[in-house]
Write a protein that binds this ligand. Structure first.
Ligand code: NDP
Ligand code: ZN
Length: 178
């Protein structure tokens, strides 16, 4: 039984009608796969629970998936990591973003790894294939918020933190008209 492939098939099905926010409306599943790729192949992370949680990280937040479903199919350890990186969607957006900064230092090391990979991938996406209609200022705000989250978990994985810093270097300049 290959759990990583099973999780990928599960997430692909859950996200099957969703698209990323870039102009090409890329398939949603590209993003969770990118996180697992960053963790495994740039960060040398071999812990299966972390890689599986990366694949599943947006299922509770963005699809009809319950914690119970993840526990039943992938076990407590994986489900707990996903829960730790899931925003409370009943809260206003600004409060959710504030809480991510506040909680980053306190979540488990495994959840910090998934969160770090998520921020790396989203900054790379904003640089290469940004949400359609985002201004330069909106991109800058996102870069700065992502850095505030990552600054709260520094020390968890220096190689991936360096990858984040490289991605952050692409922050649009204040004068950018993009
Ligand atoms: P969103 O949360 O709406 O969009 C960013 C999220 O979209 C990412 O975290 C990522 O989440 C997902 N995503 C999907 N496709 C892409 C892609 N191609 N590139 C990068 N990310 C992608 O935006 P904000 O994070 O900016 O949240 C809204 C906040 O922005 C509010 O708090 C508000 O204050 C502010 N705002 C600012 C405006 C401005 O013009 N400055 C206008 C409106 C709001 P995931 O990993 O979960 O998929
Ligand atoms: Zn994500």
């Amino acid at each position: 039984m290959n759990v990583l492939i099973r999780a990928t098939a599960f997430a692909a099905n859950k996200h099957r009608n969703q698209r990323r926010k870039d102009a090409d409306a890329s398939p949603y599943i590209n993003h969770p796969i990118a996180l697992a790729d960053v963790l495994a192949n740039e960060g040398d992370v071999a812990d299966e629970a972390v890689l599986v949680a990366a694949i599943l990280h947006d299922t509770i937040e963005d699809t009809e998936t319950s914690m119970e479903e993840l526990v039943a199919l992938f076990g407590h350890a994986v489900a707990e990591i996903v829960a730790e990186v899931t925003d409370d969607k009943t809260l206003p957006k600004a409060e959710r973003k504030r809480r991510q900064i506040e909680h980053a230092p306190a979540i488990s090391r495994n959840a910090q790894l998934v969160k770090l990979a998520d921020k790396i991938c989203n900054l790379r996406d904003i640089a290469a294939c940004p949400p359609a209609n985002w201004t330069g200022e909106r991109k800058r705000e996102y870069f700065e918020w992502a850095k505030a989250v990552v600054d709260g978990l520094r020390g968890v994985h220096p190689v991936l933190e360096a990858a984040f810093d490289s991605a952050y270097a692409a922050k649009p300049s204040a004068s950018s008209l993009a």
